[in-house]
Design a protein around this ligand. Structure first.
Ligand code: HPA
Length: 285
């Protein structure tokens, strides 16, 4: 898909990708997982059955960020067939919103009933520390574009989708049960999605804290909107990579330091994901 991908055909393009993937993977995944920055390549998460680079899948792009693998893997996690998207497309790379959410729509057309999105994020809550895992309970969209902008295609979903409970309450409860089984602390927070690619100024971090954001990042929000739009259940999980509030705790942050911090939390992230999916799989989707 080019970055000028026409929204009017987005559902058909996702259908073509899903049909191709269905042939290639042979199984029917129930859940999609997007692993964000520093999320690794899934080998530590579940025994990989099929691995396919994005470049082979119809209309998928190749991620421009070096920390993003750019491949899908399938396997069984927590007792259910899952499909994992390692690497995502960011608005700051110049892609259109339609191109950014194409993998999510492909998961919907493949028959996935829900998506879990992980990311690395700056922490705007005064109690957060680097490496903390934070479950999203809401978001604030501060990106200058929206994946639903354009010609309305009613096959995909409603023109004005409701976002009152975008982050599935039952799946959030399941995450807390999983964390408590593991003796792990799991916070909840509101994620603000910005275009990037620059990190924020101290004044912007303060502003984001004051408007109610606990986390800030450059992804996830468009994907969540697209997934909810086409009727999937959604959950989000951030790894705090740097502290952004209060102003005297802001640390110097580079892409390398973000990856490094997330890599240190990866084992806990994987343990939580595994226990969480096991909790989810026990419930009707
Ligand atoms: N700002 C925006 N995005 C981020 C940050 C941040 O501080 N940390 C990780 N992703």
């Amino acid at each position: 898909m080019t970055h000028t991908a026409d929204f009017a055909h987005a559902w058909d393009l996702a259908g073509e990708a899903a049909e191709w993937l269905q042939q290639a993977i042979g199984s029917r995944p129930r859940l999609g997982i997007t692993l964000g920055t520093g999320g690794g390549q899934t080998t530590g998460l579940f025994p990989v059955e099929v691995r396919i680079p994005y470049r082979e899948i119809p209309h998928f792009l190749t991620p421009g960020v070096e920390s993003h693998a750019g491949e899908i893997t399938t396997g069984v996690l927590g007792g259910i067939p899952v499909i994992c998207l390692s690497g995502r497309f960011h608005y700051y790379e110049g892609w259109s919103m339609a191109a950014i959410v194409h993998p999510v729509r492909t998961m919907a057309r493949l028959g996935c009933e829900g998506m879990i999105f992980t990311n690395a994020a700056g922490g705007l809550h005064p109690d957060y520390n680097p490496g903390d895992l934070v479950l999203l309970h809401d978001h604030i969209n501060l990106m200058p574009d929206n994946p639903l902008r354009g010609v309305h295609d009613e096959r995909m979903g409603p023109q004005f989708p409701d976002m009152m409970a975008a982050y599935d309450p039952a799946w959030r409860q399941a995450a807390h049960r999983a964390a408590s089984h593991l003796g792990m602390s799991l916070r909840e927070g509101v994620y603000a999605g910005l275009a990037g690619p620059n990190l924020e100024t101290p004044a912007e971090y303060l502003f984001l804290h004051r408007i109610g954001a606990d986390l800030v990042g450059m992804s996830t929000v468009p994907e969540v909107i697209a997934a909810r739009h086409c009727g999937m259940r959604v959950a989000g999980l951030s790894v705090v990579s740097n502290v952004c509030y209060p102003p005297d705790r802001i640390s110097h942050t580079t892409h390398a330091s973000v990856i490094d911090t997330v890599a240190h939390s990866r084992q806990r992230l994987y343990e939580l994901l595994t226990a969480w999916v096991r909790e989810i799989s026990g419930q009707p989707f």
